[in-house]
Design a protein. Structure first.
Length: 76
């Protein structure tokens, strides 16, 4: 079963409560998303560390319920 936008946003918000999140369904299939996440918690972290924080927030659902998520992170 695919994840919807609200579920992705909820998982990210649980891990990064201050985050501003913009998610787009790239193919209209509830399976290919792009997310831009802005958070103060990214300060001082490399892009790899920032992306890992987002992937970790999805609690293993990436590659299973969530097929594809392009991530762009920004420091607040």
């Amino acid at each position: 079963m695919a994840m919807d936008l609200k579920e992705i946003e909820r998982h990210i918000k649980e891990a990064l409560p201050d985050a501003s999140i913009e998610i787009q369904d790239l193919a209209g299939d509830n399976n290919h998303y792009s997310a831009t996440i802005t958070s103060a918690k990214f300060a001082g972290k490399s892009k790899i560390e920032q992306h890992k924080m987002v992937y970790d927030s999805l609690k293993g659902k990436m590659g299973n319920e969530l097929h594809a998520l392009a991530i762009k992170t920004k420091e607040q």
